[in-house]
Ligand binder design. Structure first.
Ligand SMILES: Nc1ncnc2c1ncn2[C@@H]1O[C@H](COP(=O)(O)OP(=O)(O)OP(=O)(O)O)[C@@H](O)[C@H]1O
Length: 599
């Protein structure tokens, strides 16, 4: 139990922990008031069954005289009203506790998913290379709510009902120790047997639920991401099966766990019914008959009304927590920062950018992807002179994209370093360096937003600088298309639910996005491969017009793309094998020659 408390505590933000203590105090008060409500029926029933109790019972006698009652009947009404008032207060407090637990828990779900989302966004880029995006969404959206509704909320309800059960059993012990202990033992045993029989099963299906959940999220995400290929290959049925099987397992586990929560209630209702009959017979057989037995029967009637649901809820909470511990562990595993996590940064002003004035130097860099045996770059060194345009070419798998990701500061070299002039790029200045670069990848991601918002990606409408958007679009050879062909010009919604764009138009949005913040260094990773020859020529012309002012790095498959570059690097097997200008390389007989010959 202690390890469960520790894990649940670890899910909370330090500032939320005092709130839990406050909730616990409210629970204690509620348990006390509810027990008082149960106890308050006794004096009422005593006087009802035997008015002589007013004289024989010291407490009743004192109350009768001090409050100056003059008839038994009015005193009985008074006792009834008091009992009712205490009972209603207990119930009102119970409703308040229920509300407080619910509110706290749901806010925790929001808080937990927000923290997880922030933690993921801060992770080093290499984290995203090893994790499935469907899995991350599942943990943020689904497992956090499972953690809260299946473990955190039950844990608090468990405490609340446990306190109530302890208080009521204590009351029963004070009134009639033997009877109370017998009732506690019977109830405890029924629940205990069922719980211990189901313990291991609950833990196992809890873990299987997490796995099935991951599989169904991944299958759903992949089915839509690859809709085109899946349709073409006719693999819809296979994908439906990939989704159906884990979904069915998931639903079965959820249903079984929910059923187990309720199962003891049926057994307990039978036991309780038999118990009440037995209680009445035993008490009636004792001295004093019905008038002695009535207050005790009334007490047990009310106590049972509180106690049986409390026991049931304690059981359900314990079973729920056990079933959902796997989800708690899953969330805990991902919560918090890791080595290389970066804090969010505000916009870095132009003046603080790390801009090369002489060279961008790659110095003896080695890099191996996590989980991969083979190094992708080994001992790579090269110099990119500032304000020149350089090309990087090489056969597929040569390491070009890896080099660009390292240059962008997204990946960190295992050994060696990247220097901007004399400054080594590291954790402390990588954001300043990234503020100076623009990057156009091969596959452009489009958000379901306007053209302008896509170019100024991540900014709100009011933050977008319209002039900068248009300037960037013109440079990317996009302005004409947007203003003449799109119905609402820069306000047209594009992306998944908006106007569909061709590969070339998409690519030009990507180029305009990179140019929007007027970067000092531009990286194009196969960025023009989706453009037709005429558009590529126009875009390349625009890019080359920037040369002299900006440092431009072009990664390209098509050698003609890098022809106008000042300098060309040729890579092979993770190393630099040749470098030079187009003329020199064309005359060589090395890898460049083979590439141009298409060998
Ligand atoms: N996420 C990854 N995990 C493990 N290995 C990777 C990963 N990405 C790339 N690699 C490996 O690193 C090597 C270099 O890949 P990279 O993508 O840098 O080559 P490239 O020259 O850009 O190829 P292409 O022209 O086909 O895009 C390849 O052997 C590739 O298998």
């Amino acid at each position: 139990m202690l390890h469960v408390v520790k894990k649940l505590n670890a899910l909370l933000e330090p500032r939320d922990r005092p709130k839990v203590l406050l909730l616990a105090a409210l629970m204690v008060l509620t348990a006390f008031m509810q027990t008082a409500g149960v106890a308050s029926i006794m004096p009422f029933l005593s006087v009802l069954s035997d008015p002589g109790a007013i004289q024989s019972n010291e407490w009743l006698n004192t109350a009768y005289t001090v409050l100056e009652f003059d008839s038994d009947r009015s005193f009985l009404y008074f006792l009834g009203i008091i009992s009712f008032a205490v009972f209603v207060s207990g119930t009102a407090l119970q409703a308040l506790t229920f509300w407080a637990i619910n509110r706290f828990s749901h806010m925790q779900q929001y808080e937990l998913s927000r923290r997880l989302m922030a933690d993921y966004l801060r992770r080093p880029f290499s984290f995203f290379l090893t994790r499935n995006s469907g899995d991350l969404s599942k943990t943020i959206l689904n497992e956090t709510s499972q953690v809260v509704s299946g473990a955190m909320m039950p844990a608090m309800r468990l405490l609340s009902h446990f306190l109530l059960a302890v208080a009521i059993i204590s009351l029963l012990i004070i009134v009639h120790p033997f009877l109370a202990v017998s009732v506690a033992i019977v109830l405890g045993t029924v629940y205990g047997i069922i719980y211990f029989a189901a313990r291991a099963w609950l833990q196992r299906v809890g873990r299987e639920r997490v796995v099935a959940n991951r599989e169904r999220f991944t299958a759903a995400a992949e089915a839509f991401a690859g809709a085109k290929e899946i349709r073409l290959l006719g693999r819809e049925q296979a994908y439906l099966e990939r989704y159906r099987l884990p979904s069915k397992r998931f639903a079965r586990h959820q249903a079984n766990a929910a059923l187990l929560n309720q199962l003891p209630l049926f057994a307990i209702e039978a036991v309780a019914f038999g118990g009440v009959l037995l209680l009445v017979l035993v008490l009636m057989a004792g001295e004093g008959g019905l008038s002695q037995a009535l207050p005790l029967i009334g007490l047990y009637g009310l106590a049972g009304r509180q106690l049986i649901p409390a026991f049931q809820k304690i059981f359900a909470a314990v079973a729920n927590i056990r079933f959902n511990m796997a989800a708690v562990e899953e969330v805990l595993l991902d919560l918090g920062d890791r080595e290389g996590s970066q804090s969010f940064t505000k916009v870095i002003p132009h003046g603080e950018r790390l801009v090369p004035s002489e060279t961008i130097r790659v110095e003896d860099v080695c890099f191996t992807y996590p989980g991969s045996g083979e190094p992708s770059l080994q001992g790579l060194s090269l110099d990119i002179p500032a304000r020149t345009t350089v090309g990087i070419v090489g056969s597929s798998g040569a390491g070009k994209s890896t080099l660009v990701d390292l240059l962008l500061g997204l990946l960190r070299p295992d050994s060696g370093c990247i220097r901007i002039d004399d400054t080594k790029v590291d954790h402390s200045n990588v954001r300043r360096w990234q503020a100076a670069v623009g990057y156009v990848p091969q596959h452009i991601f489009l958000a379901d937003q306007s053209v302008a918002a896509n170019i100024a990606l991540g900014l709100t409408e009011s933050e977008i600088d319209r002039d900068a958007v248009i300037k960037a679009a013109k440079l990317a050879n996009l302005n004409e298309f947007v203003t003449q062909e799109l119905p609402e010009s820069y306000d047209t919604i594009i992306g998944e639910r908006g106007v569909r764009l061709s590969g070339g138009q998409r690519q030009r949005i990507g180029i305009a996005r990179a140019l929007y913040r007027d970067p000092d260094v531009l990286f194009f990773d196969e960025a023009t491969s989706a453009l037709d020859n005429a558009t590529e020529r126009a875009v390349m012309e625009a890019i080359h017009n920037l040369s002299g002012h900006k440092t431009i790095v072009l990664v390209a498959h098509r050698l003609t793309t890098v022809r106008p570059c000042d300098w060309i690097f040729v890579m092979q097997g993770g190393s630099l094998v040749e470098e030079g200008d187009w003329e020199t390389l064309s005359r060589s007989s090395g890898q460049f020659k083979r590439l141009s010959a298409g060998i």
